[in-house]
Write a protein that binds this ligand. Structure first.
Ligand code: ATP
Length: 505
């Protein structure tokens, strides 16, 4: 459980903080003086600190400097009395994580503490690129990958980390771009300095500009105080701009100037501020196309793209998928206190046939869902989430002509598919209908009712006619409809009779 150290000479603050943070799963320890707090940090570093600026033994700023000197990555949230935010602003210029005013608003406290703990994780939890699943190794996040494309990614991280150039990390959503950014930071020359992450897609244009560059008091409605932005806080360190393709033109030009001149102004301010920050950015968008469409600045694209690392989608990583499944099984066994040590062959076959549009993040969540649904020591196909089973059903129903029987469905008892729809062989398969519905749902089509009835009718007629070897009288008897009606349906459904089948007229 993450832990926050509250340094304040007011015991009632500790009490309030403890009650508030219990609710979000954060343990709280406390110190009544700066000296006591620093000792506690040295004895057992917490994940974040809440530091009051009015302490009996030294000023808040001095206390912050002491903490900073001991652990530059420890996020410190400064607590000040209303109307006396100067110290907090000074501390933020020196790299404090955020500040809040007393009396403490619980929602703000929770938000700042959650962000601080996430920031601590990003900067401190080591990313291991040793390719080994080590259940006993609880200290870091494994970066699993043995396929050639992933080996290339690891080499690139090693090559570019020590050089102080901007890096652009590309890849579909959930492929591990954040892991790459953290690994570059951790192996880089600035790894003793701060590492801050900003998700450019998560904030509105105004808020993002203010988050990155800060603002002056009164710069816009709600700007009650000066705010120090991430670039200023992160001076000398590394900033990770996630979803960089989502920046507005205003923010793009400010980031460009920062990259060119290492200067910027806070929103609503005239003072030019210098900041020396290494930028690692990431995107799943096609920035070249965005540049052509005038949505992303060409010059910024070239500046951000000092070096590119591209992560392959999970579906292209071959046997890495098996290794990764084992990795997540081991990780989740530890997390959930389970002992699932294998995957049943049919479950494995379905997992490997799946396309993983959400990539590694999706695999992580699928393994977790499956583990929560299965009780035994082996992960069975029945425990897999619906999207995996439905996708497998769609694939099973897809026309895959085989040289041996021409229907590719291997359904044994049925005669070979001798009916053709629009010229292609079709496998009569009970799974096809559920596959069709699944596809309709994922395409969110607006005529699923009518389309499903039509699909089902065609499927049924094809199946029955195949069963009767093309005998329409027998087919109409089985179906309980007249021969004329059957003939009409064969025509309107575009069911074409194969050359090798005798069909009565
Ligand atoms: N090769 C890998 N080995 C082990 N875990 C991985 C690997 N790649 C990604 N993960 C895990 O998958 C999850 C998603 O990774 P990450 O957040 O880095 O992806 P992302 O590309 O930044 O996603 P997004 O584009 O949505 O921001 C994380 O929990 C990460 O630890």
């Amino acid at each position: 459980m993450p832990r926050l150290l509250s340094i304040d000479d007011d015991r009632s603050v500790h009490h309030l903080v403890r009650i508030a943070l219990e609710g979000i799963g954060v343990e709280v320890s406390s110190a009544l003086t700066a000296g006591e707090g620093v000792e506690a940090i040295e004895a057992s570093p917490p994940d974040a600190v809440l530091l009051d600026v009015m302490l009996p033994d030294m000023s808040g700023l001095d206390a912050f400097k002491l903490i900073r000197a001991r652990d530059p990555h420890l996020p410190v949230i400064i607590a000040t009395a209303a109307g006396s935010s100067d110290t907090a602003i000074e501390a933020m210029k020196l790299g404090a994580f955020d500040y809040l005013t007393k009396p403490i608003d619980v929602a703000t406290l929770e938000r700042h503490v959650s962000n601080a703990i996430e920031s601590r994780r990003l900067a401190n939890v080591p990313v291991g690129m040793d390719n080994l699943t080590k259940p006993e190794d609880r200290g870091g996040d494994a970066f699993v990958g043995r396929c050639p494309a992933m080996q290339e990614v690891f080499k690139s991280i090693g090559r570019v980390a020590p050089q102080d150039v901007p890096v652009l990390v590309r890849g579909e959503s959930g492929t591990g771009k954040e892991l790459v950014a953290r690994a570059i930071f951790q192996h880089g020359a600035r790894n003793k300095a701060p590492f801050l992450a900003v998700n450019c897609a998560a904030l509105s244009e105004t808020l993002l500009e203010s988050e990155l560059f800060g603002h002056e008091k009164g710069a816009f409605t709600g700007a009650h105080d000066r705010r120090i932005g991430k670039f200023e806080q992160c001076d000398g360190g590394t900033i990770f701009l996630d979803e960089v393709g989502d920046m507005s033109p205003t923010v793009q030009s400010k980031v460009l100037r920062l990259l060119q001149q290492q200067t910027f102004e806070r929103v609503g301010g005239n003072t030019t501020i210098k900041a020396n920050v290494r930028i690692i950015s990431a995107t799943n968008r096609d920035l070249e196309v965005m540049c052509e469409a005038g949505e992303f600045r060409n010059d910024l694209f070239y500046r951000l793209n000092g070096y590119t690392i591209t992560l392959p989608p999970l579906r292209d990583r071959g046997d890495d998928r098996v290794m990764m499944l084992q990795h997540f099984l081991a990780q989740l066994n530890r997390e959930l206190g389970r002992d699932v040590h294998g995957v049943a062959p049919d479950a494995m076959q379905k997992l490997l046939a799946y396309d993983w549009p959400g990539n590694v993040r999706e695999m992580q969540s699928v393994v977790k869902q499956a583990m929560l649904h299965c009780s035994g020591p082996v992960l069975m196909a029945s425990a897999l989430p619906a999207e995996i089973l439905q996708s497998s059903a769609i694939k099973a129903a897809a026309p895959t002509p085989s040289p041996t029987n021409g229907n590719g469905n291997g359904n044994g008892g049925e005669p070979e598919a001798t009916w053709r729809e629009n010229g292609s062989h079709r496998a009569p398969d009970g799974n096809a209908f559920s596959g069709f519905i699944a596809k309709g749902l994922s395409d969110s089509r607006g005529d699923l009712y009518a389309a499903s009835l039509a699909f089902m009718e065609k499927e049924l007629l094809t199946r029955v006619l195949t069963h009767t070897g093309g005998n329409q009288s027998e087919a109409s008897r089985i179906l309980g409809i007249t021969r004329g009606s059957l003939r009409n349906k064969i025509r309107t459904n575009g069911i074409v009779i194969g050359p090798d089948v005798h069909v009565e007229s």
